[in-house]
Design a binder for this molecule. Structure first.
Ligand code: SAH
Ligand code: SF4
Length: 386
């Protein structure tokens, strides 16, 4: 965790968040407090395996240690500002950090599993032209505890609603560019896949990225979870116009790093391709895509673009999507069409912008300018009041 992020958390609650600690942090804490090391595993299991976030309930840990835990740490989960339920049963949670920033997660229950789409940052600095989160700009990274807090909250919410499900799949497709927050995201992922943490298999945790090449390489080396690449165009010039990241990390370099990523042989790498009328949906575009994917075990999700206030792009027509899809599948590239869940609550891919219900129809830029102004004013009033 960078000093800046640490200070942001500590300065609001006065104590570090217990959810930012992984097993090795708890071990270090036990050593510093002259406690047996196995206590570290007990605390960690209570939190991430049993989703129990109050030390009073840690029944196998002596009372004096529980009291120390209560005194020394913050045990507050993200605050639920509001919750919207879609007609398709997805739920979008608007969450608030302890320093007052809003972010979102989307819980998508299925018959036999539950997928959680989580955020890694407050906003995003990558500026993709077709994405509502990108219009917010970046406020700050989420800490690993704030990332994991989303899963804890989702599990607690399902249990409170009488469900016996827990989160079984995690996709980093909420707000933010996960690889722009590498250390916190990797720390959080390792708790997700740790058998005595959340215990998910590596294949059920997907990191989606716009293509930060050094970080893709590092992720492959330290924690090769599933990788999804937001590709959206296989032409260098056109991709750079849609996704500024391509000006720094070209398609040619992206391909090189993907060829070495240790993806599972069976599933390979997933590519997200937003279908935008007249922009990236012609057969010539499909041809370039096939060429780009040559040599990579790939699946392409075709996503008709989800719209938001202020966006001028339109989703491709059903015929164009079908023709594009057929071009890929005839060349042995699976290309399912994915309609995002939760669109009626602005919970689809690229629609997350931490808006309250009454703000859903407002241009995201306007909301975030106003929020930033209010934040500045309240800070300067606070300073004047000292
Ligand atoms: N920043 C990461 C993850 C968050 S975005 C990334 O870009 O991969 C999650 C997914 O939503 C990405 O695949 C992104 O390209 C896609 N997306 C963004 N805007 C969209 C829109 N308007 N309609 C459909 N998908 C969108
Ligand atoms: Fe950021 Fe991903 Fe949206 Fe691009 S698509 S602006 S990287 S959240």
């Amino acid at each position: 965790m960078s000093d800046k992020d640490f200070l942001q958390l500590v300065s609001t609650s006065g104590r570090p968040s217990a959810f930012d600690y992984d097993l090795s942090d708890w071990k270090a804490w036990c050593i510093a407090n002259k406690l047996p090391r196995f206590v570290a595993g007990q605390i960690y299991c209570w939190i991430f395996q049993k989703n129990t976030c109050s030390p009073e309930k840690f029944s196998n840990i002596p009372l004096s240690i529980r009291e120390t835990l209560i005194r020394e740490f913050s045990w507050d989960l993200p605050i639920v500002d509001s919750r919207l339920v879609s007609l398709d049963t997805s739920e979008k949670f608007l969450l608030k950090t302890h320093d007052g920033h809003l972010y979102e997660m989307v819980l998508m229950p299925y018959d036999n599993r539950a997928t959680l789409c989580i955020s890694s940052q407050i906003g995003c600095k990558m500026g993709c032209t077709f994405c509502q989160t990108g219009k917010m700009g970046l406020t700050r990274n989420l800490t690993s505890g704030e990332i994991l807090g989303q899963i804890l909250l989702a599990n607690i919410s399902m249990a409170a609603n009488g469900s016996d499900k827990t989160v079984s799949n995690i996709v980093f497709m909420g707000m933010g560019e996960p690889l722009d927050n590498f250390d916190h995201v990797v720390k959080a992922c390792s708790v997700m896949i740790d058998p005595i943490g959340f215990g998910l298999s590596k294949s059920r945790v997907t990191v989606s990225t716009s293509g930060l090449i050094p970080e893709i390489q590092k992720l492959g080396e330290v924690l090769p979870v599933r990788l999804a690449i937001s590709l959206h165009n296989a032409d260098e010039v056109k991709r750079s116009a849609m996704m500024p990241v391509n000006r720094k990390y070209s398609l040619a370099e992206l391909k090189k790093v993907l060829l070495t990523y240790p993806a599972p042989a069976r599933t390979g790498i997933t590519f997200e391709y937003v279908m935008i009328e007249g922009e990236n949906d012609s057969i010539a575009d499909a041809k370039k895509l096939v060429k780009f994917l040559h040599g990579i075990k790939a699946k392409v999700n075709l996503i008709p673009i989800n719209r938001f206030p202020g966006i001028e792009m339109e989703a491709s027509s059903a015929e164009r999507i079908r023709a594009f899809q057929e071009y890929l599948s005839h060349r042995d590239i699976p290309a399912p069409v994915r309609y995002s869940r939760g669109q009626d609550i602005s919970g689809g891919c690229g629609q997350l912008a931490a808006k309250r219900k009454e703000e859903l129809d407002v241009d995201p830029r306007l909301i975030h300018q106003t929020r930033r102004k209010h934040k500045r004013e309240s800070i300067s009033e606070g300073v004047r009041g000292i």
